[in-house]
Design a protein around this ligand. Structure first.
Ligand code: ZN
Length: 155
């Protein structure tokens, strides 16, 4: 299918040319692994108040897990935390949809390149690959800002 091959191109491009890769100064660091596939990520977040100043990372594993970290960096850096959380929730909804969600314009506007992971939702074994860095980001954010605090700020 045409759309599928376009999505594959986007993922491969992020895999080959990752955005913002490398570990930089951060407020919190986490290390997450996806043992079923062997993917790993070390991720740091840097906040300026509630603005996502930086998300830096190092990782290894399949193209989906690594491309997903690159897309995350591209989408979240410079955004407000509340906006970042909205993007994360939308991404989760799409990737966990088991192929039931066909991204519409509104979703595409929120997710930009991340809509390319729509195809991944049809493959349960790859869903964890796509979500690895996003779960790491959520975890690091909770550590950097304090779980309860981060919840309250977006309430
Ligand atoms: Zn993987």
């Amino acid at each position: 299918m045409k759309l599928d091959s376009m999505y594959r191109e986007v993922i491969l491009d992020h895999y080959k040319n990752p955005h913002g890769r490398g570990l930089r100064d951060g407020d919190a660091e986490v290390h997450h692994v996806n043992p079923t596939c062997g993917d790993e990520i070390t991720l740091r977040v840097k906040y300026d108040g509630t603005t996502i100043q930086d998300v830096s990372y190092e990782g290894q594993g399949c193209s989906i897990s690594q491309a997903s970290a690159s897309v995350l960096n591209e989408l979240l850096v410079g955004k407000e935390l509340s906006e970042g959380q909205k993007i994360q929730e939308t991404f989760l909804e799409l990737v966990q949809s088991k192929g039931r969600i066909e991204p519409d314009d509104a979703m595409e506007e929120v997710l930009e390149d991340a809509v390319a992971f729509a195809g991944v939702s049809k493959y349960p074994a790859r869903v964890k690959c796509a979500l690895l860095s996003w779960m790491a980001w959520k975890d690091a954010t909770a550590q950097a800002l304090g779980g309860a605090d981060a919840e309250r700020k977006t309430a």
